[in-house]
Design a protein around this ligand. Structure first.
Ligand SMILES: Cc1cc2nc3c(=O)[nH]c(=O)nc-3n(C[C@H](O)[C@H](O)[C@H](O)COP(=O)(O)OP(=O)(O)OC[C@H]3O[C@@H](n4cnc5c(N)ncnc54)[C@H](O)[C@@H]3O)c2cc1C
Length: 423
């Protein structure tokens, strides 16, 4: 795996991270964390806030993984429909996880305010945009299930959805006013500043090479230093493919690529997402679209760069918004999503004191922040358990075949895709 950060819009526009150094000493702390994404940083921040001595080591730089590369849709809940959560976990545990993540946007935007995190936080809600009959059916079902659980969501009719999106290619949209958009790398770097302010020790450019038991403790070893701790959190998610225990084998890595335009003109901005809600669609191979604060359209779709052609995106954008007939792309980048087989995040106690939390399956801003906080609460006796299931996951058989299946599927879909006809 290359540790070269990607050339994303987020990296070009995020405020700086705190100045960190590589770990070049042997430290003893209560909790050691591996991975500087939302999960690890939130755990570090909350543990430090609760007075626990904590150190975090990141292989590359803060937000190097999914946390610095994502779309920035700070949504409530998970990808799964609420009834599927109940079916998989049972009504009690399903509801507990649902409730914990329903308030995730409140918590994320609350942290942003509390620590003055500069991350283009825009709480205008998000739109899940309906395409075709199947899309409308799906949105009706989701809306009903969410409303049954008290969520203030609203299913917009065709006219309202089209006005909000600025495109006549959608027949409906599920509006969630709890959600919003953030500049994800700005949020990750802001969490790092907050963690440092609370007293956590953070190190970058420090890939963990191995973790070995030492009596009641663990020793987390990097090239030039080590952390000795009774508890270790592996927060490496889809990027944990090297060093330490190979957690990534328990998830299928799905590539997702994004392109960002140059800032749109005043005329175009009046048409394209005039209220700046973050959006994604109901298509089998999903696309996402949102604005940044400089008026760039950020357009994403499943598939790695190789298969995610700017020409496909240009055509699709032109179909959706004819006013963008000559779109100029300024940035393009790709990230890796860790899909668990049941699309749920999982916490595992691999051995006594050695924990791993991962598998957000494409929704990790709220869940990663909440899981980090819950780990800190659990370790300090503030709660009895986590909202996510505690499981033992096995390596996924035929993982590479499954990854290729998604990749080829996304490619074929993009190549074959033409304007969706509303029916
Ligand atoms: C393209 C894309 C779009 C997405 N869009 C959204 C969205 O709009 N909304 C949403 O809620 N979620 C979204 N997600 C999901 C979300 O970004 C992730 O779930 C979340 O960032 C996971 O955070 P994390 O902290 O668990 O892992 P990561 O952010 O991936 O962090 C893991 C870190 O571990 C480090 N690491 C790995 N191995 C080692 C080692 N040996 N030693 C030290 N460090 C190590 C890596 O360098 C990395 O920085 C998206 C993901 C992607 C990739």
């Amino acid at each position: 795996m290359s540790l070269q950060p990607c050339d994303s819009l987020w990296r070009a526009s995020a405020p700086a991270a705190p100045t960190l150094t590589a770990l070049e000493q042997d430290l003893e702390v209560d909790v050691a964390i591996v991975g500087g994404g939302f999960t690890g940083l939130s755990a570090a921040l909350h543990l430090a806030k609760f007075g626990v001595s904590v150190a975090l080591v990141e292989a590359a730089e803060v937000g190097f993984g999914g946390s610095g590369r994502n779309v920035g849709l700070a949504n409530a809940g998970l990808w799964l429909e609420p009834n599927d959560l109940d079916r998989q976990l049972g009504p009690e545990a399903g509801r507990a996880l649902y409730d914990a993540l329903a308030v995730a946007p409140d918590y994320v935007f609350g942290l942003i305010e509390e620590y003055n995190i500069e991350c283009e936080a825009t709480r205008n809600g998000t739109l899940h945009c309906g395409v075709g009959k199947a899309g409308l059916t799906q949105l009706k079902r989701r809306c009903e299930q969410m409303q049954q659980r008290g969520a203030p969501v609203e299913l917009l009719n065709t006219a309202d959805a089209q006005a909000r999106i600025g495109s006549d290619k959608f027949n409906s949209a599920l509006f969630d006013p709890r959600a919003g958009t953030i500049q994800p790398l700005g949020y990750a770097r802001g969490l790092a500043h907050a963690a440092v302010k609370e007293g956590a020790q953070l190190f970058d450019q420090s890939p963990v090479e191995n973790i070995t038991p030492d009596g009641e403790s663990w020793v987390v070893k990097t090239a030039k230093g080590s952390l000795k701790a009774e508890r270790v959190i592996l927060a490496t998610n889809a990027y944990g493919e090297y060093g330490v225990k190979n957690e990534a084998r328990k998830f299928v890595p799905i590539f997702y690529s994004q392109l960002a335009t140059k800032p749109l003109t005043e005329e175009q901005l009046k048409v394209v997402l005039p209220n700046k809600e973050g959006c994604w669609d109901t298509c089998t191979v999903m696309s996402s679209f949102r604005m940044d604060q400089q008026g760039r359209l950020v357009f994403g779709g499943m598939g790695g760069e190789k298969h995610y052609h700017a020409s496909w995106a240009s055509q699709r954008v032109k179909e959706l918004w004819p006013v963008l007939s000559k779109v100029e792309w300024e940035f393009s980048w790709t990230g890796k999503i860790a899909y668990s087989e049941d699309h749920l995040p999982h916490c595992q106690q691999l051995q006594r004191g050695l924990f791993s939390v991962a598998g957000y399956s494409g929704r990790g801003i709220g869940p990663g922040t909440i899981m980090g906080k819950e780990l800190a609460e659990w370790f300090t006796g503030r709660r009895d358990s986590l909202s996510a299931p505690m499981t033992t996951l096995r390596d996924i058989p035929l993982r590479e075949v499954k990854r290729m299946f998604y990749e080829v599927g996304a490619h074929t879909y993009h190549v074959g895709q033409r304007t969706h006809v509303l029916d």
